[in-house]
Design a protein around this ligand. Sequence first.
Ligand SMILES: [Zn+2]
Length: 326
Amino acid sequence: MPFRLGYRRRQLGFGQGFHQFTEGFRHESAEYAEGVTGKPGAMRFRDSARLDPSQVSDRRGMRGGPALAGGGGLIGLIFLVISLLNNGGGGANGVSIGGASSDQGDLSAQCQTGADANQREDCRIVGVVNSVQTFWRGRVPNYREAKTVFFTDGTQTGCGGATADVGPFYCPNDSTVYIDLGFYDALRQRFGAKGGPFAEAYVIAHEYGHHIQNLRGILRREHDGSTGPQSSSVRTELMADCLAGAWAKGAVDTGFIESLNDDDIRDGLDAASVIGDDRIQQASQGRVSPESWTHGSSEQRQRWFLAGYRAQNGDAACDTFAVSRV
Ligand SMILES: [Zn+2]
């Protein structure tokens, strides 16, 4: 497969969701988030926080994505299923990024402060990237920054060409997170997630969890290609969920985010449950086959996010390889 250059890219893990599956899971996530009130989360940034838009490259609207980009409809669905069968493939060869273009212009002009992050979704993601990297810079010796790239439809990456259909992912070869922000609409509309600013932040924090794993040499270990609820692939993904939870716990202390409450956490748990392997399989195949899980069940993903969020000893609680069962 063309994108297997050394490592596999790590995806968020998602598939075709259907709204009829959402109610039960919303209930389930409510059991995990204590003190829920039913209000939507409202994660806010400090208005005066200085954003660093240089951590994000903006390739939105560039021409030259893969031919299947933005397929939609039946083609998109077939492509998605093929992608899932290929364990997250979906890269097409022959991708070009398009002509010379400023990678940056709009974001650096528009996204300067936390007030901008409270106004605009793209600036909010810039703020989340800043917060997540500030958090990890203080905890990982010799932390190296990882850029996030916004794209639409398709783009070239260090892990080969990628279309939006594969969802957000981290590519270890170029230490970069890739996301088509349209994924957030899909999360709500196709997968039935509740959405909200923190649900969006969770997605980013999960991908940066893979960056931490990469810096620590953990992604290199995860190579056996096995699947199933206790497999190394699932343990790797659950660790990334847990690291996202660890960031959430420290997010306010990074100086970017003003407040984070139980409703926000519940939105994150809701997003984590929506992209559980069991739920995706149920929705896309009408049955659940645990032996082929790569990312973990809805229950596992929520539980490990919370393990990170509640940990007293930092992200040591996130060592999913140290426990007999995850
Ligand atoms: Zn992942």
